[in-house]
Design a binder for this molecule. Structure first.
Ligand code: NAD
Ligand code: UDP
Length: 324
């Protein structure tokens, strides 16, 4: 198959491109490189079935493809709040452009939605039937509401134009290739612990999240894409629930670090709890996450250790160039 992955140079997108290539598909990776990195897809560039397009999804484009994974959108709060109007445009205009293309070339399309559509949830754990508790005018709204209208567009294009749609509601996902400075909790904590700096706990650290390792998520995304007649949203995440304080302790232990924690103010509208009900994914996709937090964190720490070592070697070289 020929498959388009928008946001393919990002964290999840690059793992997905790799997986789809390994399965023998042709992959077109489309990215504007806002938070994506060329180094994420560097090993794929030599593959003759891989094509890279620098393009912004808010501009129309037409590509003859069989499937579209629409992942283009910054996912970390500091990046999606950097230019909130652009974040809304990416979710809304990007979604319209991708759905227009899917309709024209009769491609199946999967939208990377998010647990943020549940906002600060009043139902716990969150099943797909829950409509959520989202602040429409807060700092997180550009992302949360953008993703909600993207789901609306998916359902309307399906009902009105018979576009073959899939909606993945992705819960917090982590793993190698997260950006070390993107502000998300796992990358922040791992980098801080490896540097021996205090881990920055926002609020009392008793808010909860459920963390899914990226390989488990990619498996679920491909299963969802390739399951017939499943147009309703599907939660994808690991139901293991941890407080952010527990996460900090686990990261410090795995890194063998002497770091302590420091408490900083809780950001506006930070959800107090989050845990997916994955009954639908289990039943319809036969999917269960397989990688426990501890194992996933070990792999993530190993990745960041290598990346940080490489960075410090490079900066040493810059300060003390070797003359031949
Ligand atoms: P990421 O920031 O690493 O990747 C997003 C990619 O999209 C980047 O490569 C970026 O350059 C690209 N992009 C952004 N705006 C674009 C635009 N206008 N045109 C073209 N490309 C654009 O984030 P990620 O964690 O890999 O997330 C991928 C998708 O999954 C996002 O849609 C995100 O909302 C969703 N998601 C992620 C998580 C998570 O925990 N990582 C949770 C829920 C949903
Ligand atoms: N968080 C934290 N310290 C950090 C970064 C994040 O305590 O350095 C908290 C944040 O307030 C939130 C949780 O960790 O409660 C997850 O944050 P993240 O930005 O990774 O994801 P999201 O809030 O979108 O679930």
């Amino acid at each position: 198959m020929r498959i388009l992955v928008t946001g393919g140079a990002g964290f999840i997108g690059s793992h997905l491109c790799e997986r789809l290539l390994n399965e023998g598909n042709e992959v077109i990776c489309l990215d504007n490189f806002f938070t994506g990195r060329r180094e994420n897809i560097l090993p794929l560039l030599d593959n003759h079935r891989f094509e890279l397009l620098r393009h912004d999804v808010i501009e129309p484009i037409l590509l003859e493809v069989d499937q579209i994974y629409n992942l283009a959108c910054p996912a970390s709060p500091i990046h999606y709040q950097y230019n909130p109007v652009k974040t809304v445009k990416t979710s809304v205009m990007g979604m319209i452009n991708m759905l227009g293309m899917a309709k024209r070339v009769r491609a199946r399309i999967l939208q990377a939605s998010t647990s943020e559509v549940y906002g600060d949830p009043l139902v716990h754990p969150q099943p797909e039937e829950y409509w959520g508790n989202v602040n429409p005018i807060g700092l997180r709204s550009c992302y949360d509401e953008g993703k909600r209208i993207a789901e609306t567009l998916m359902m309307d294009y399906h009902r009105q134009n018979k576009v073959d749609t899939r909606i993945a509601r992705i819960f917090n996902t982590y793993g190698p290739r997260m950006l070390e400075n993107d502000g998300r909790v796992v990358s922040n904590f791992v980098v801080q612990a490896l540097h021996g700096e205090s881990l920055t706990l926002y609020g009392a650290g008793d808010q909860t999240r459920s963390f899914c390792y990226v390989d488990d998520l990619v498996e679920a995304l491909t299963r969802l894409m390739n399951t017939d007649k499943l147009h309703e949203p599907v939660n994808l995440g690991n139901p293991g629930e941890f407080t952010i304080k527990q996460l900090a302790e686990e990261v410090i232990r795995i890194c063998g670090s002497k770091s302590d924690v420091k408490y900083l103010p809780l950001p506006q509208d930070d959800p107090k709890q989050r845990k997916p009900d994955i009954g639908r994914a289990q039943q319809m996709l036969g999917w269960n996450p397989t990688i426990p937090l501890r194992d996933g964190l070990e792999k993530t720490v190993a990745f960041f250790r290598t990346r940080l070592d490489l960075r410090s070697e490079l900066s040493n070289l810059r300060m003390n160039p070797v003359h031949t």
